[in-house]
Design a protein around this ligand. Structure first.
Ligand code: RB5
Length: 154
């Protein structure tokens, strides 16, 4: 699977270890930066990963920043992206099963490296459950459409 990865300076070390792990599993990793420890802005990298996923250049995205929060907020601004901050195996699995997340985000300053690797494995091996969850994803997608906002909040 082709997977886009990105981080700011705070997430760099974790991003590199997750990218190495993905490559060892046989995935094709597209590293969209950052590549050094100089201070950079997480929205640039969240957007880059989000755009790669939304465009279909990557099937999934992996993002890291200090908390995972900022880079997830940025990635979620890209139409079609469902980025989830995960903290453990359970949140990673449920992000896929219930939310059909296509970008997984980690807080490098908050999560241990082994927990992050386990959570990434859980994210990759889980699948969207569909059913009632599909209706909710449809509503999220409707929120991306300005006209639909009228229908949701008349
Ligand atoms: C960078 O200092 C930090 O603010 C960033 O990595 C992230 O935690 C933002 O959400």
């Amino acid at each position: 699977m082709r997977i886009a990865v990105g981080s700011d300076h705070a997430g760099l070390g974790l991003k590199e270890s997750l990218a190495r792990h993905l490559a060892e599993l046989g995935h094709e990793v597209e590293d969209l930066g950052t590549h050094g420890l100089d201070s950079v802005d997480y929205p640039d990298f969240g957007a880059a990963v989000g755009r790669a996923v939304a465009a279909g250049d990557a099937a999934l995205g992996v993002c890291c920043c200090g908390t995972g929060i900022g880079i997830a907020i940025a990635a979620n601004k890209i139409r079609g992206v469902r980025a989830a901050v995960v903290h453990d195996v359970s949140s990673a699995r449920l992000a896929r099963e219930h939310n059909d997340a296509n970008v997984v985000c980690f807080g490098a300053r908050l999560i241990g490296p082994i927990t992050a690797l386990d959570a990434l494995d859980a994210f990759l091996s889980s699948h969207f459950a569909g059913g009632r969850h599909q209706r909710r994803i449809d509503k999220i997608e409707a929120l991306e459409d300005a006209d639909a906002l009228e229908d949701l909040h008349p």
